[in-house]
Design a protein around this ligand. Structure first.
Ligand code: GLN
Length: 305
């Protein structure tokens, strides 16, 4: 395994030149586009790392998965889907058009910005701070890392420039999808997106999903099999936004990307994978990270299909 991932990181590093770091959040523009790293967390404890796996990056949209898991734990699927569908999108992750013209004004799924913001609003907690702490706790448990912190520079940068997310949230408030304070809700969303991790943290998070929520890195169960099944299904169909169909064909794993360059991929019953490659394709997915996963999936026969 070590030789394989060392070789595949080396082979796929050329792809970093084809992508671009996110610039719409100014702090993310400072990332090194040349990075490429991977960690694999095999069920049963083996851990493999290669390339720039130790370099910290922010979770960004990968945080949508633990937020959705918490929302699923706190609501029945029936209640949740009254506000957020689980349908794939053919538009970008921050599309406004979708909200206004499609699907009775419900966000299409919880893996795009509108759906994640709505999902956070449905997580239990008497205050927005409690909702944040509940999801942050889930992330730390999944990663087996109590030291995770918010990258303050990225958080401030997102908060200052997050007007598209404000538009989505105010629109959802006007249509009754959201019924709480928009600024406070977005503050939680921005903080979750700004949590700093490395590839190993993300691989362990994915590993919990690979084990159907039954084992967190400290050995305790975290969520039930049904929750894991729904989260993996939504990742497989929606996790790479409008690139999800291509990812299913080329990689064949439930995955979730973030504009910080991370991808979390789940090999059910076998392993969790975290990759980093901040140079993104036009849909906001790590370009070299995707290619690396594609090769790995092909070589090890990992596709679930
Ligand atoms: N924080 C980012 C945003 O709201 C997350 C988007 C992403 O990772 N695709 O735009």
């Amino acid at each position: 395994m070590q030789n394989t991932i060392d070789r595949l990181v080396k082979k796929n590093r050329k792809w970093v030149k084809k992508g671009h770091v996110a610039t719409y959040i100014p702090e993310l523009a400072k990332q090194d586009p040349g990075l490429l790293g991977i960690s694999i967390s095999e069920l049963g404890c083996d851990q493999w790392n290669a390339g720039d796996w130790q370099v910290p990056f922010t979770l960004q949209s990968i945080a949508k998965v633990p937020a959705f898991i918490c929302a699923l734990q706190d609501n029945t699927l029936e209640v949740l889907t009254r506000k957020i569908s689980v349908a794939p999108t053919a538009n970008g992750f921050n599309s406004i058009e979708n909200l206004e013209t499609r699907n009775e004004q419900k966000p299409l799924n919880p893996m795009i910005n509108s759906g994640a913001i709505a999902a956070i609003s449905m997580v239990s907690g008497a205050s927005l701070e409690e909702k944040f702490q509940r999801i942050f706790h889930m992330i730390k448990k999944m990663a087996g890392n109590t030291n995770l912190k918010i990258n303050q520079a990225v958080y401030c940068s997102e908060k200052q420039t997050g007007d598209r997310n404000r538009s989505l949230a105010y629109y959802m408030k006007s249509t009754g999808i959201i019924d709480i304070d928009v600024e406070e809700l977005l503050d939680v969303y921005f903080r979750l997106c700004s949590i700093e991790v490395n590839c190993q943290d993300v691989a362990k998070m994915a590993g919990v999903l690979a084990g159907d929520g039954n084992f967190s890195p400290d050995g305790s169960p975290l969520f039930d099999t049904q929750t894991a099944k729904i989260a993996k299904a939504v990742m497989a169909t929606c996790g790479m936004y409008d690139g999800s169909g291509d990812f299913a064909v080329e990689v064949g794993l439930p995955g979730k990307s973030g504009v910080g360059g991370g991808i979390m991929a789940v090999v059910p019953k076998k392993m969790g994978i975290g990759v980093l490659g901040p140079a993104l394709d036009i849909k906001g997915n790590s370009l070299a990270g995707w290619k690396l996963l594609q090769d790995l999936s092909l070589e090890l026969g990992l596709s679930i299909f």
